[in-house]
Design a protein around this ligand. Structure first.
Ligand code: SF4
Length: 360
């Protein structure tokens, strides 16, 4: 059976009109090759309207892989005794952050699991001090991915140099959330994005594709993300991980992630949207950019003993996730990395609009 014609919906979004949830679901449901090609083309048109052929690069420092939680999909869940566990020292974090800056990334993303040494007994000073230490050492913006943290920490993180907070819900179906993130509070996690906005920090929200959600759930998520004041939205495919309850689940076909990226681009035209190297490595970069992504995450220096999030070894130690390798691929498709100041100007304009919104 052929898809329903999605041309009128695509036309509407290219003209800048808001889509309904039903229309978002119709786009995500596209199955035949010509409809999907039309969807990606519309997403590229919209991306080019707002961002031209420029992309931004995010360097990734996963500084602690310890975690108190037991997310069903995650290799770093507390009960996985065969996970890769480490905590980087201050010196190691500084060396990694400065070498990433030197390599040309636009942002350093400081990521950790909900490390019990920090999250239990309220030892958040370690986190805020680490952010300050890195902010003092580099001249580029910082993203912090600390897990779900108390509201009172947001002003301190901002004062210490955090430009972004990333905290992914993965789904906005609360029943599914409870299965994916057992014993975690849906609203406390959702509030991370609201608190970031309240205290003038930019926020990233994201979904995982292929974790048991329906297409309607994905459409609802894209709509919920539209209502949150977030400036970066990501979709990433579920990849089964050993020693997890979801190890036996089927991997998600990558085309579903690509369709989600394209629809997010149409619904969130001004936002940054990552092409994550964590799913297919550099082999999946061109398709994600062709679907409307304009940020490349997670760039990781080789041979530093660092892990990725979704796939802990993929393309890391052979240097495949370095800026040099990525720029060689971008040259083939005539996409350029933006100047460092273009990125800073963009996020500073977003931050000052939050300030003026707060005053009004
Ligand atoms: S997804 Fe994050 S919070 Fe959940 S187990 Fe993994 S590292 Fe911990």
């Amino acid at each position: 059976m052929r898809d329903a014609d999605i041309t009128p919906i695509l036309q509407k979004s290219v003209e800048g009109q808001d889509l309904t949830v039903t229309e978002i679901e119709a786009l995500l449901s596209a199955e035949d090759q010509s409809s999907i090609a039309q969807l990606f083309e519309a997403a590229r048109i919209v991306k080019n309207q707002y961002f031209g052929n420029k992309v931004f690069l995010y360097g990734f420092v996963y500084f602690s892989t310890h975690c108190r939680n037991n997310c069903s999909f995650c290799f770093y869940r507390n009960s996985n005794k065969d996970s890769v566990r480490y905590r980087k020292t201050d010196e190691e974090v500084l060396e990694l952050a400065t070498s990433l800056e030197d390599s040309g990334v636009h942002v350093i993303d400081l990521t950790m699991g909900e490390d019990p040494l920090i999250h239990n007994n309220n030892h958040y000073d370690r986190l805020t001090e680490l952010v300050k230490m890195v902010d003092d050492a580099v001249d580029i913006p910082l993203m912090v991915s600390p897990g779900a943290i108390p509201e009172h920490l947001f002003p301190a993180l901002k004062d210490n140099g955090a430009d972004w907070i990333a905290c992914y819900q993965e789904t906005h179906n609360e029943e599914l959330f409870r299965r994916l993130r057992p014993d975690q509070d849906y609203n406390f996690r959702l509030n991370q994005k609201k608190w970031a906005d309240k205290y003038g920090i930019l926020a990233e929200e994201g979904i995982m594709v292929g974790v048991g959600e329906s297409v309607k759930d994905r459409a609802d998520s894209i709509d919920v993300m539209r209502k949150l004041s977030v400036n970066q939205v990501r979709a990433m495919s579920f990849v089964p991980q050993d020693n997890t309850p979801m190890a036996v689940n089927s991997p998600s076909p990558f085309i579903e992630e690509l369709k989600a990226i394209a629809v997010m681009r149409l619904v969130h035209p001004h936002n940054l949207i990552p092409a994550s190297l964590d799913v297919e490595g550099v082999a999946g970069l061109k398709t994600r950019l062709a679907a409307g992504a304009n940020v490349i995450t997670s760039i990781i220096p080789p041979c530093k003993g660092l892990a990725g999030v979704a796939q802990h070894e993929l393309d890391i130690d052979d240097g495949g996730r370095s800026v040099e390798q990525i720029e060689a691929i971008l040259d083939e498709i005539d996409i350029k990395t933006a100047d460092k100041h273009e990125y800073i100007d963009l996020i500073e304009s977003w931050k000052s609009s939050k300030k003026s919104g707060a005053l009004s």
